[in-house]
Ligand binder design. Structure first.
Ligand code: CP
Length: 320
């Protein structure tokens, strides 16, 4: 059965605006399931899903696991440490062995850009990219869009600025494609050393000063400095970065409108974002985490062949 979003979810770049809206619309009825006393519907009963996490994760791994369990799928978690990957087994051999045990879907996080597509081209199971190197993190992009839509309504014509280490960020890439497909004006702000070359050619506005981004935007999506991916001196020091690009309450007070604050996590408090902003009244950071479960339920459900109308019906199932 072909799903309306294809066999796999590897990136937002190849999706149409309608496909992205379908995922967000499908997530809406799934939000309520997580608010029930008994957070479970039988929608994916009988499906087996493997979560292959070759890089560390808190939010994404646990969120996928909750999404799978709340849809009654059977799940298995595999990490690189403790698996035969440590003995030199290849990614494809690991996945093919899992398929020999009759699985239906693989959720993969991997340090190499393209790893999810590499796998999807070689196995029959549906593959969901949970973050591949510096390429994309599509479900993070989708949960960010859902959170923005909850607060701004139709996103067309709105202005969102992605701030910080865009160069190393898969979240930035998924946001950029997703936002543009929904008609959002996208800005980026950060030191030039942390912005990809020729990023203007993607149709984004570049801000060299965080104060200008704050004046322009309806929402800021603030990224952490990915120090683990930096192999050169991209910034003089963390203190200097905070002084020039840090989102602080003193800077936000000068915004001409109520600015929504997003951050994909994990946060480096006192570097890209100050604690009083992260925990302040305009912060949607925990709303993003809550929406992550609903978005991932929607993606799993659509890839398994469901549609938006049936999602509404699925909501009616289960005990309350
Ligand atoms: N946003 C995000 O991907 O967080 P984790 O690395 O904790 O999964």
């Amino acid at each position: 059965m072909t799903s309306p979003i294809g066999k796999d979810l590897l990136a937002l770049e190849p999706l149409t605006g309608d496909q992205i809206r379908l995922i967000l619309d499908t997530a809406e009825p799934f939000k309520e399931i997580s608010e029930r006393a008994i957070k479970k519907v039988p929608t994916l009963r009988g499906k087996t899903i493997v979560n292959l996490f070759f890089e560390s994760s808190t939010r994404t791994r646990i969120s996928f696991e909750f999404a799978e369990k709340r849809l009654s799928a059977d799940t298995v978690n595999v990490a690189a440490s403790g698996s035969s990957v440590q003995k030199g087994e290849t990614l494809v051999d690991t996945a093919r062995n899992l398929e020999a045990m009759r699985i239906d879907m693989v959720v993969i996080r991997h340090g190499s850009s393209g790893a999810a597509k590499f796998l999807a081209d070689r196995i029959e199971s549906n593959v969901i990219n949970a973050g591949d190197g510096t390429h994309e993190h599509p479900t993070q992009g989708l949960l960010d869009l859902l959170t923005l839509r909850d607060h701004l309504g139709d996103l067309a014509g709105r202005k969102v600025c992605i701030c910080g280490d865009v160069l190393h960020s898969r979240v930035a890439r998924s946001n950029l494609w997703g936002l543009k497909k929904l008609g959002v004006e996208v800005g980026v702000c950060g030191p030039r050393s942390l912005l990809p070359n020729a990023i203007e050619s993607l149709g984004v506005t570049v801000f060299d000063h965080i104060e200008e981004a704050i004046e322009w935007a309806d929402a800021l999506n603030i990224l952490r400095l990915q120090l683990e991916r930096m192999h050169a001196g991209y910034i003089p020091s963390l203190r200097e970065y905070n002084r020039i690009f840090g989102v602080t309450s003193a800077r936000l007070e000068k915004a001409p409108r109520d600015l929504l604050i997003l951050h994909p996590g994990p946060m480096n408090r006192g570097v890209e974002i100050d604690s009083d902003v992260a925990d302040g009244p305009h912060s949607l950071i925990l709303n993003q985490v809550t929406n992550g479960v609903a978005v991932r339920m929607a993606v799993l459900y659509l890839l398994a062949g469901g549609n938006a109308q049936l999602a509404e019906a699925a909501k009616g199932q289960g005990e309350r």
